[in-house]
Design a protein around this ligand. Structure first.
Ligand code: SAM
Ligand code: SF4
Length: 317
């Protein structure tokens, strides 16, 4: 379906839980989330109905995210059922990778074609610091298992943070030589609880180009990342710059939170509830939300923070 600015909305980002087995400092508070009532969250049946409704309106790509989607008990069933919805051509998952050694195979068998795995640092101590309780070894094992399982595509996501991993641009990019994966650097976004990061943490992706002058520019592939390649590398380097050069003009996404709110824009306040609605009611809300997509999310910077009023784990990054 076209929105008011002529953008064709074909991509649904579906958050299936707010819970997580890590506590990344830029994403959620240390104490975790105040667990909402089970009755507030979408059921599996509602999720499937929402995806069916979205597909009828032209959504063909689904990304399952969270919180950490792999901590959701019925994740394989959600993947299998949503992948089978007519019109859905592709189901992908964004994960922190910790549970992939156990779940990569069942997810692939359930129809998941692509994985994005988050990895901000290759230093075990820094990894523990940024995730507050994670182990780098677990994630590396998760990436290796995913590679062995044979997904169509694996991308690694690194949030670029000044004073934290700016000095690791080269080793992180070097993973595209070691493995057949793309590595994307994403600018740190000023969400609700990322207040412990000062202005120096919000650095532009241009720093990657300065650190790696040997990068060769590649053709864009329809996504939001500017693409490059290290000479001889198996995968590409992507730069995702929501702050320094927003890509709202190309935004084809809509989001559905685990508590059943449609969000036309990641950084906007507007939310449209679908919990408890029947097919017709959901269709109406999807239409309304798509038409409510703003032209752009407005200025985003350390001083001009996201208007979402939520942390990333409760939206689905
Ligand atoms: N738990 C999964 C994971 O970490 O990949 C999926 C959910 S997580 C919210 C999705 C993505 O959002 C991750 O790649 C994470 O690094 C990113 N993210 C979270 N908070 C962010 C922030 N403040 N700025 C930029 N990216 C952020
Ligand atoms: Fe969890 Fe992902 Fe947020 Fe980290 S970024 S706290 S892994 S939801």
């Amino acid at each position: 379906m076209l929105d008011r600015y002529g953008r064709n909305i074909t991509y649904l980002r579906l958050s299936v839980t707010e819970l997580c087995n890590l506590r990344c400092r830029y994403c959620m508070p240390e104490e975790g989330v105040c667990k909402k009532e089970h009755s507030e969250m979408l059921t599996e049946e509602e999720i499937v109905l929402a995806v069916e409704t979205a597909a009828e309106l032209g959504i063909n790509k689904l990304r399952i995210t969270g919180g950490e989607p792999l901590v959701k008990k019925n994740i394989d069933s959600i993947c299998e059922r949503t992948a089978a919805v007519p019109g859905i051509r592709e189901v992908c998952i964004t994960t922190n990778g910790v549970l992939l050694p156990k779940l990569a195979r069942p997810l692939k068998d359930a129809g998941v074609r692509r994985l994005n795995i988050s990895l901000d640092t290759l230093d075990a101590e820094k990894f523990r610091y940024i995730t507050r309780l994670g182990s780098l070894e677990d994630v590396l094992r998760g990436v290796e298992t995913a590679l062995e399982t044979g997904f169509e595509k694996i991308k690694l996501n690194a949030v670029l943070i000044g004073g934290f991993n700016e000095d690791e641009i080269a080793p992180l990019a070097g993973l595209t030589k070691r493995w057949p994966v793309d590595l994307r650097f994403i600018e740190l976004m000023p969400m609700l609880d990322s207040s412990e990061f000062g202005p120096e943490a919000f650095i532009p992706c241009e720093r990657v180009l300065q650190a790696l002058p040997e990068l060769e520019e590649q053709e864009r592939d329809g996504g939001v990342a500017r693409l490059y390649r290290l000479p001889g590398a198996q995968g590409r380097i992507g730069l995702i710059s929501p702050l320094s050069s927003h890509f709202c003009g190309e935004c084809n996404r809509i989001r559905l939170t685990a508590d059943g709110k449609l969000k036309p824009c990641l950084h906007g306040k507007a939310e449209f509830p679908i919990k408890g609605l029947d097919r017709e009611g959901m269709r109406e809300q999807f239409r309304t939300a798509m038409l409510a997509k703003p032209e752009w999310h407005g200025e985003l910077s350390y001083a001009s923070r996201s208007q979402a009023g939520r942390n990333m784990n409760t939206i689905g990054g």
